[in-house]
Design a protein around this ligand. Structure first.
Ligand code: NDP
Ligand code: HSE
Length: 436
């Protein structure tokens, strides 16, 4: 068994595919020594055979047609790093049908079609590794599934999109505009093929769907996650947040309580003193409460070729160990049964504190009109800032509220929008303080 070769076929030689191949080649000897098997990249399939990825592959390794990998009986592990739903799903299901183990970084696919994929893997007794699908280099799948197995998991707060965090950090530290920063994140290989997934919170929702299913024994519930992105955040809001002692972060939040769990992704005002408020750039962090461990914060790079490649290699190595031990189906245990019976709480029933920014005419009586509407909807004001003094002209008015119900806040905002003294659309952000 000592000299057994495990053959690997990679589909997709882009950012993550190249990072993975680079690590497997660079650390081949060390991996062999630690695993007791040789990991051989037999083929890499990519539609683009021309771009130089800075890696010298042996002749014949790079091929165009992924089916050659799927049809090769010698390939033990198929690594899907092409992204998207189809044909990635067909390729994965085909690999599973042929009895091959699968490793993927494709959170969009798992969040949408995970039930089907994990069910197929279970039937075929093969493993599906997906460590790279959430939070890049942070081994959060292993932490939640294995390290914290003795815990009932409580609240989870995560910065789990590197691109959005990179953009918000640059906007905060350098006052640069949104567009140029997104371009930088794309050039660095952090962004998704469709970057609206990053900036509209969709990628974070994909990851939260996977994490919540693992943590709480829910079915994967992507369509029940409230999702809001960062595109409406302006430097003005970042400045106001700072005046109140907060940072703005795109948070993925899971809060179980009784028979329900809140699942939401939105830009959030986080108290500056909290560790997660100081997670910057492409770094991710996930705060997880366990009833035995107490609170833990896991931190690391959330995107990019090498951090993500490292997570892919970790899954490949686990599967190789299990193949060697004759227990190759060990990793497929993604619990898709929905064992907990928990239901996702409706967003309208969620309660949080809010930050509101609106443009209102600076004249007597305006504030009382706004606070009257809030009061009529059971919302009480905690503090308020008015910027500037421009009689009879529009000024920015910013309010922080005490905890209020989402349903009440939406109703109040509708009424405030109708006031003739308020121009434009008021911006609202939810606030997380004590826990994050
Ligand atoms: P890239 O776009 O850089 O790479 C994908 C590669 O797959 C491209 O070279 C593409 O070729 C190729 N490809 C597309 N279709 C096929 C096909 N039918 N057969 C063979 N190759 C194909 O994406 P990333 O490496 O950034 O992302 C890959 C996956 O990893 C995605 O699921 C992403 O969500 C996930 N991920 C990415 C991270 C990152 O930091 N970038 C981090 C964590 C996860 P072509 O360009 O010619 O279409
Ligand atoms: N686009 C994703 C991000 C890649 O920026 O976090 C890592 O999943």
């Amino acid at each position: 068994m000592k000299n057994r070769v495990i053959n690997i076929g990679i589909i997709g030689f882009g950012t993550v595919g190249a990072g993975t191949a680079r690590i497997l080649m660079k650390r081949h000897k060390e991996l062999q020594a630690q695993l007791g098997v040789s990991l051989k990249v037999k083929n890499i399939a990519d539609l683009d055979m021309k771009t130089d990825r800075g890696i010298k592959l042996p002749r014949g390794v790079l091929i165009k047609d992924a089916h050659k990998i799927l049809n090769d009986p010698d390939i033990d592990i198929v690594v899907e790093l092409m992204g998207g739903i189809n044909p990635a799903k067909e390729f994965i299901l085909e690999a599973i049908k042929k009895g091959k183990h699968v490793v993927t970084a494709n959170k969009a696919l798992l969040a949408e079609k995970g039930q089907e994929i994990f069910r197929a893997a279970k039937r075929q007794c093969v493993s599906v590794g997906f460590e790279a699908s959430v939070a890049g280099s942070i081994p959060i799948i292993k932490i939640v599934r294995e390290s914290l197995i003795g815990n009932k998991i409580g609240n989870i707060f995560g910065i789990i999109n590197g691109t959005a965090n990179y953009i918000l950090t640059k906007m905060t530290e350098e006052c640069v505009d949104f567009g140029s920063t997104l371009k930088e994140a794309q050039d660095l290989g952090y962004a998704e093929a469709d970057p609206t997934f990053d900036i509209e919170g969709i990628d974070s929702a994909h990851k939260l769907a996977i994490l919540a299913a693992l943590a709480y024994g829910l079915p994967i519930s992507l369509n029940k996650i409230y999702t809001q992105g960062i595109t409406e955040i302006t430097p003005l809001d970042i400045g106001f947040a700072s005046e109140f002692g907060f940072k703005i972060k795109l948070l993925a939040i899971a809060k179980p309580s009784g028979k329900e769990v809140e699942l939401r992704v939105h830009p959030t005002m986080v108290q500056e003193s909290m560790p997660i408020a100081n997670v910057n750039g492409v770094f991710n962090a996930i705060y997880v409460e366990g009833d035995a461990t107490g609170a833990g914060l896991y931190y690391g790079k959330g995107a990019g070729d090498m951090p993500t490649g490292s997570a892919v290699v970790s899954d490949i190595s686990d599967i190789a160990r299990h193949i060697r031990a004759g227990a190759a189906d060990r990793m497929q245990s993604f619990d898709i049964s929905g064992r907990s019976g928990l239901k996702v709480k409706k967003m309208e029933d969620v309660s949080t504190c809010y930050y509101l920014r609106m443009s209102a005419i600076d004249k007597p009586g305006v504030l009382s009109k706004i606070s009257g509407i809030l009061g009529d909807n059971n919302i009480s004001i905690e503090s308020m800032i008015q910027k500037g003094r421009k009689r009879e002209k529009a000024v920015s008015m910013v309010l922080m509220t005490h905890e209020a119900r989402e349903k009440d806040m939406m109703k109040a905002l509708k009424e405030i929008k109708k006031l003739r003294v308020v121009s434009g659309k008021p911006l609202y952000l939810r606030v997380e303080g004590a826990h994050a």
